[in-house]
Each structure stands twice: as structure tokens, then as C-alpha cells.
Design a protein around this ligand. Structure first.
Ligand code: MRU
Length: 333
């Protein structure tokens, strides 16, 4: 694979590729400012559930860099700021709470920056391992030479490692289980045509970009063997929030009797909620509908409906692949 990286922590700075510029420009941003990191999450310069969690962990670490007093005040300020960046992906809250546990566990704050840094790096490394485990666990679900469809971006850009659904796709491609991928364009922010296409191309996996609205027509021709996506939050009963349009695909899969798979690490499961109705769905600004890369495509005065995610009910999900195992219905996390 030709090299790129999504995010890393180097010399006590956070370095990430600006995903809003991809695939046309590969631009890396370096910062040690947690407010800049919060803005990066809000603008989707860094995005994807596990990547958001890792980024927040590094962000709150950096909030304690060069601090010599008011530790609690600074930590809580950064914690609250990072927590309100995006509401749906539970990995964000999970990672921030993991960092809070470290902060609360120390007797004094003399070495707090290094202690937080160690936990953030651990969270990052755990994610790399869990991406690989999802790939291993999911690969057996596919017949040889399958043609699959995926939605949004679930790869290296969306995680700390090889990806969630993308890790499964990559492993399945390498072992002859998947031979071709349709990448849903994923309106309005085009995570499919910009980011998944970028990653498929870097991995030399044959693919075509598909307008979101073409999925039913494609399935009618029996060209799709399976659909696999990631998740931003999974309730205890398996209801799954993921990028807007995922639910449409799951309904189509039911109609055409095509397996519909979700791949996500355990950190994406929200053990505090019973079902998907309790998941907060982020609403995005109408500028994301009225403009593409700064170019206006419709009148700004036209109103829009812009949920960033939808919830797929558990009964439409054939299996949920985690880093631990393949879960089949009925789900009971
Ligand atoms: O709004 P985004 O681009 O952050 O949404 C990302 C997704 O919906 C992904 O499918 C999800 O985070 C799971 S894959 C890591």
C-alpha cells in the first residue's frame, strides 16, 4: 500500500491528515492545542467513531501540556469542550471517560501529562489491535469472489488502525473472499467518494463509486453479495447508529435477501442504553447541503433536513462483527 497516515502523536504534538481536503490534497496538520483539536472534530477534519475517540484522548492530554497549576479546572474545561464536539459516536465519550479515570486516580498532578499520554497511546494501540481482530473475525462471513457494497468511510481514516468494516473488506480481499467493492458516495459530505475511494485505491482493491440512490437498482440486478458498514453507536439490543443512509441499505438488503453486516469495536457499544431510540442523532448545518467544497449548488434560503446518522433496527442486521467475535441475533450486549 502507498503510505499515508490518519493520525499520530509525535514529539508531544498531535498530527493528522485533514480529511476535508481528501482525496485531492493530502495535507497534514500539527497542533498541541486542544481547542484546535475540538474544532477539527467538529469540522470533520478528523472523523469516524474510533478516530474521534483517539483524537479526544490526545486532545485532553495536550490540554495538560505545560500546565503547572489549576489542573482540575483545566482538565474539566477540556473534558467539557471535547465532549460537546459531536453527540452520536459513543467512542468519544468512552475515550474521554477513560482519560478521566486516569486523572482521578493520581495522588498528585506532577506527572499528569505523561500519565494521560500513556493512556491515550494505549487507547490508540488497543484500537489498532481491535481493527485487526475485526478483520480476522469477519472474513469468514463471505463467499469466495464476493461483490460487496459499503457506505461512508470505515478505514484507516476513521480509526487508529486498519478500520472497522474496511479492515474486514481488506482482509477478505487479500484472501480471495471479496473481489469488488461498490463505495456509496455518501451524501452530503461524500465520505464514500472522497475517503473510501481514496483508501480502496491506496489498497489496490477494485471498486466503483455508486450514487447513494443507485443501490436498489444495483441490487435488483443481483450484483451485490453483501453489504457491510461500520457503526457510531450500538445499543444493548443491537440497534445501530451509523452514517445517514445506512438504514436505507439495510431495508433494501431485507427486500433482496442480501446479508447486512456491521463491524465495530466493543468501544462502540453503549452498554448504558437499551435500544436505538436513546441514541442522540447529530444534525448538521444546511451549508453542507447547499455547498460542496465551498461551491454553492443551491439557494441558501432553501431549508434542509440534515441528520448525520440514522438508526438501523437490530432485526435488519444479519451479524455484528466486533473485535471479540461475530454476534448473531438476538443481540444482547
Ligand atoms: O460523520 P462521520 O464521517 O464521522 O461518520 C462516520 C461513520 O458513520 C462511520 O461509518 C462510523 O464512524 C463507523 S466506521 C469507523
Amino acid at each position: 500500500m502507498r503510505d499515508f497516515f490518519s493520525l499520530k502523536f509525535e514529539d508531544d504534538f498531535f498530527v493528522y491528515i485533514d480529511q476535508t481536503k481528501l482525496p485531492l490534497e493530502e495535507e497534514y496538520i500539527t497542533t498541541d492545542n486542544y481547542e484546535r483539536i475540538a474544532v477539527a472534530i467538529e469540522r470533520l477534519e478528523v472523523r469516524g467513531a474510533p478516530a474521534i475517540g483517539i483524537t479526544a484522548a490526545y486532545g485532553i492530554t495536550l490540554a495538560m501540556k505545560n500546565i503547572s497549576d489549576n489542573y482540575e479546572y483545566q482538565f474539566n474545561l477540556a473534558y467539557k469542550r471535547l465532549k460537546r464536539t459531536r453527540p452520536t459516536a459513543v467512542n468519544l465519550f468512552w475515550a474521554l471517560d477513560e482519560m478521566k479515570k486516569v486523572f482521578n486516580s493520581v495522588d498528585n498532578y506532577d506527572d499528569i501529562f505523561n500519565k494521560l499520554k500513556a493512556r491515550a497511546i494505549e487507547i490508540h494501540n488497543e484500537d489498532i489491535k481491535s481493527c485487526d481482530a475485526m478483520g480476522e473475525n469477519g472474513v469468514g462471513l463471505f463467499e469466495n469472489n464476493s461483490v460487496i457494497l459499503t457506505h461512508c468511510n470505515t478505514g484507516q481514516l476513521a480509526t487508529g488502525g486498519a478500520g472497522t468494516a474496511f479492515s474486514v473488506i481488506k482482509k477478505a480481499f487479500e484472501t480471495g473472499k471479496i473481489k469488488f467493492v461498490y463505495a456509496d458516495e455518501t451524501r452530503p459530505l461524500l465520505q464514500g467518494s472522497r475517503l473510501t475511494a481514496f483508501e480502496l485505491s491506496k489498497s489496490n482493491i477494485p471498486f466503483e463509486i455508486l450514487p447513494d440512490s443507485a443501490a436498489a437498482f444495483l441490487m435488483k440486478q443481483r450484483k451485490i453479495d453483501a453489504v457491510i458498514t461500520g457503526a457510531d453507536r450500538i445499543a444493548k439490543n443491537g440497534d445501530t447508529a451509523n452514517k445517514i443512509g445506512t438504514y436505507n441499505l439495510a431495508i433494501l438488503c431485507k427486500y433482496y435477501k442480501i446479508p447486512f453486516y456491521i463491524a465495530a469495536p466493543i468501544s462502540t457499544i453503549d452498554f448504558s442504553i437499551e435500544n436505538g431510540e436513546q441514541i442522540e442523532i447529530e444534525m448538521r448545518g444546511s451549508d453542507e447541503m447547499s455547498h460542496i467544497r465551498g461551491v454553492q449548488i443551491t439557494k441558501e434560503e432553501y431549508t434542509t433536513y440534515t441528520p448525520a446518522f440514522d438508526v438501523t433496527p437490530n432485526e435488519l442486521i444479519t451479524a455484528i462483527i466486533t473485535d471479540k467475535q461475530v454476534h448473531k441475533p438476538p443481540y444482547n450486549f
